[in-house]
Design a protein around this ligand. Structure first.
Ligand code: MG
Length: 365
């Protein structure tokens, strides 16, 4: 099999729900880059990446100008070699960042071709350890929600069947964060997991003073308390408070995860295949975490179909985040959550093909 065409589409899709915020961002739209690899055997591989800030046009140019010349005429079975060759076309200007994001989309398209050749969905192709994947929801816990909306939406998620919900922290006054967590805990009762997420807004001092009180509300984890570049600071906080630390959505290499894990600075490994260099590197990070007996819970919003399949094939991947539900029907063969568990995709492939109608409606490049 040879790759004959490398096509891309850039989309900007509005969120069909209230404007949502965390401590760093206000999200109204999500950009998608779809990468399509056509072959001389009639199989087509689809990959994608995403961002809720503008900028994927840079990734699109990297795919078109750097990666397409490497891929054209090649056999996709040499995925690892092709990704390595593509990676070094950006050695001096893009070992991480938009170029890596674009290359991850290519990597999924190569995996998609392999799965389709085998006529299996990714999770069956990898070898499964489970046939249903637990979901936890972030859609009720946004920072812009009033306390009463926050409580109402978290209770509604529990009534839908979720037994784990996440609440954003990082209000200007951290005492307000504690009051909001206390209100949610009181409303959902003791049997529900509550996770918290600061999105990097705190200092070490704030983490020690207020993060140390989260265990009073039996919080399952404290996510991204501080800027991700500082492993030492996270290790110090991890030693200082009782609540476990979760990080990963802004770590872009397996070496970054190695440093966090080896330092004891993370307890829940939130590896995101769309931020790492695709599925191969995600599997490496999951195996690394397993060797330290650490659970993996991938950061997820629009890439749930990918992470659900990886979770079904990864024993230490205990659940997958669920949010941006209004975008779930963007995909061919969308999957939903029933009784707190994701439905499994059964079409052969990785499952990242965006519906033609959605591309037509939202294409910007
Ligand atoms: Mg997060």
């Amino acid at each position: 099999m040879r790759i004959t065409h490398v096509d891309t589409a850039l989309l900007r899709v509005p969120l069909q729900q209230r404007t949502i915020t965390d401590s760093q961002s206000t999200v109204t739209h999500v950009e998608f880059l779809q990468v399509v690899l056509r072959t001389d055997q009639g199989l087509t591989g689809y990959g994608m990446n995403w961002s809720y800030t503008p900028g994927l046009r840079t990734a699109q140019v990297a795919v078109q100008e750097n990666y397409a010349p490497v891929l054209l005429g090649k056999d996709p079975v040499f995925r690892k070699q092709l990704v390595r060759e593509c990676f070094f076309t950006n050695h001096f200007i893009g070992r991480v960042g938009a170029t890596r994001v674009g290359l991850a989309a290519v990597e999924y398209a190569l995996w998609d071709l392999a799965c389709k050749q085998a006529n299996l969905p990714l999770w069956r192709y990898l070898g499964a350890c489970r046939d249903r994947v637990k979901a936890y929801s972030t859609d009720g816990g946004w920072l812009s929600w009033s306390e009463s909306d926050l409580v109402r939406d978290c209770v509604a998620l529990v009534e839908r069947g979720f037994d784990a919900v996440k609440v954003k922290l990082g209000r200007p006054d951290p005492r307000e964060d504690l009051r909001r967590i206390a209100a949610v805990r009181k409303a959902v009762g003791p049997g529900i997991d509550i996770m918290t997420d600061v999105n990097c807004a705190w200092t070490l001092a704030t983490g020690k003073q207020y993060g140390s009180r989260l265990h009073e509300f039996d919080v399952k984890w404290l996510e991204e308390p501080m800027k991700p570049e500082d492993v030492t600071m996270h290790a110090e906080l991890a030693r200082a408070i009782q609540t476990p630390i979760a990080v990963g959505e802004t770590l872009f290499t397996r070496e970054a995860f190695r440093d966090y894990i080896a330092a004891g600075a993370v307890h829940y490994v939130q590896a995101d295949a769309t931020k790492l260099l695709g599925i191969d590197e995600w599997l490496e990070v999951a195996a690394l975490a397993a060797s330290y007996n650490l659970p993996v819970v991938p950061h997820t919003n629009v890439q749930h179909k990918l992470h659900v399949q990886l979770a079904a094939a990864t024993p230490n991947c205990i659940m997958v985040e669920n949010c941006y539900e209004s975008l779930h029907d963007l995909w061919e063969e969308p999957i939903g959550v029933v009784d707190g568990h994701y439905q499994m995709p059964e079409q052969p492939g990785v499952g990242l093909q965006i519906r033609a109608a959605a591309i037509a409606a939202h294409r910007i490049g």
